[in-house]
Design a binder for this molecule. Structure first.
Ligand code: GLA
Length: 393
């Protein structure tokens, strides 16, 4: 599939620029296996990269312009800016289209080590098969694909965690979404058949073998088709509740609490803030337990942790939707060992850990359940744990 993307970006680049690109780079979307809304609380996450990628073709220029185009907006041709202008564009949120992601990472690299007055201009063409608005980090895939490409052609020598942090900075300060480091870390650090176990405080990471294939299991994604938005609304509100909880409990971040602190938290906090805090504290514990079981017992042992994570997001953090709940329940009734919403919530996708031989049956059951409710058909597909960002050609 990535082969088609490569052909498409190369062809569009050549058509628009009049010459071949210097190279092709790519970065994946992700699913988070477990550890939701823990990243900005300095906690633990366990994502893996999926076999859906963003591919960029890039060529350097002999001036200081940055031009971006994409196969999904091919008719628009180039959007052009000067590298020196990126700081002004950052403040001007009116240009709110997809071009903010490639321009934002160029800006963020300028904050991280690139001297934007000294590097050559670039032409960048993008194609992607990571679904947008599905909670699968299509935006991080663009940031990381462009990030590794610019790191190479501008000879910045930045390591992967630093490019991930630049991607987050771009998302926070250029795009304006107050998100954590989960998505970009998954896209940068992932390895085939492994998850990335990341401590979001120290930013230390390890890869953990998933062993799905050997166990005859796979991950089914159920994209509800309900698009979500993290720059506004519920995501920002949940983040504020967590910060309030930490402040009132006198800790630097919710990471500093354990399940044993919850009794005291119940006495100190209002009821809603308490439930938000309880989600994060128990979720951190579930991530650690998932890592332990994957290492000691294998993937068949983690189903109940995925289920408990979903229940906590539904009842305590209140970020699921009726569609996500139905997707999870139907997957489980069709033989999934565990299932949960993945990503920021308020729409997007659920994942189910399911035996390979039950996939078709589950797909039919989920389609049927959505139809019964009169809801649009979800997109249901298998994802494979894949490699992180890098050069393709
Ligand atoms: C979104 C954000 C991440 C993380 C998740 C929730 O994907 O981009 O930083 O907070 O939501 O776990």
């Amino acid at each position: 599939m990535t082969g088609d993307l490569r052909d498409d970006v190369r062809a569009l680049f050549t058509a628009l620029a009049g010459h071949e690109p210097d190279g092709l780079w790519s970065a994946p979307g992700r699913v988070n296996l477990i550890g939701e809304h823990t990243d900005y609380n300095d906690g633990f996450v366990l994502p893996f990269a999926i076999d859906r990628r963003t591919v960029v073709a890039l060529g350097t220029r002999d001036d200081a312009a940055i031009r971006v185009a994409s196969t999904f907006a091919a008719g628009e041709g180039w959007t052009e800016a000067e590298l020196a202008e990126l700081e002004d564009l950052r403040a001007d949120r009116s240009a709110g289209t997809w071009v903010r992601y490639p321009l934002g990472i160029a800006w963020a690299l300028g904050q991280t080590g690139a001297d934007l007055a000294a590097v050559p201009g670039v032409d960048i063409v993008i194609d992607s098969n990571v679904p947008t608005g599905a909670g699968l980090s299509s935006s991080a895939a663009i940031e990381c694909a462009v990030g590794v490409a610019l790191n190479d052609v501008w000879r910045l020598g930045l390591d992967k965690p630093t490019i991930a942090r630049a991607g987050q900075r771009s998302e926070n300060d250029f795009v304006g979404a107050p998100t954590g480091i989960l998505d970009q870390s998954a896209s940068m650090l992932a390895e085939r058949d492994h998850a990335v176990f990341l401590d979001c405080r120290s930013l230390e990471s390890e890869t953990v073998p998933l062993g799905f294939e050997e166990a005859g299991l796979c991950i089914l994604v159920i994209d509800t088709g309900q698009a979500h938005e993290h720059a506004t609304g519920g995501y920002r509100d949940r983040r504020e509740a967590c910060e309030r909880g930490a402040r009132e409990l006198g800790v630097a971040a919710l990471r500093d609490l354990t399940v044993d602190d919850l009794d005291r938290a119940r006495d100190v906090l209002d009821e809603v803030t308490f439930r938000r805090v309880r989600h994060v504290v128990t979720e951190d514990a579930r991530v650690l337990e998932t890592v332990r079981r994957l290492r000691e017992e294998g993937p068949r042992a983690i189903g109940d942790l995925l289920d408990a994570s979903h229940a906590s997001m539904r009842d305590d953090f209140e970020i699921t939707t009726p569609q996500l709940d139905l997707a999870v329940e139907t997957a489980r009734a069709s033989g999934a060992l565990g299932a949960r919403m993945t990503g920021g919530g308020f729409g997007g996708s659920a994942i189910a850990l399911i035996p390979e031989d039950l996939v078709s049956q589950a797909q039919v059951a989920i389609d049927g359940a959505f139809a019964e409710h009169g809801w649009g058909q979800p997109d249901v597909f298998v994802v494979r744990p894949s490699d992180g960002a890098g050069r393709e050609q």
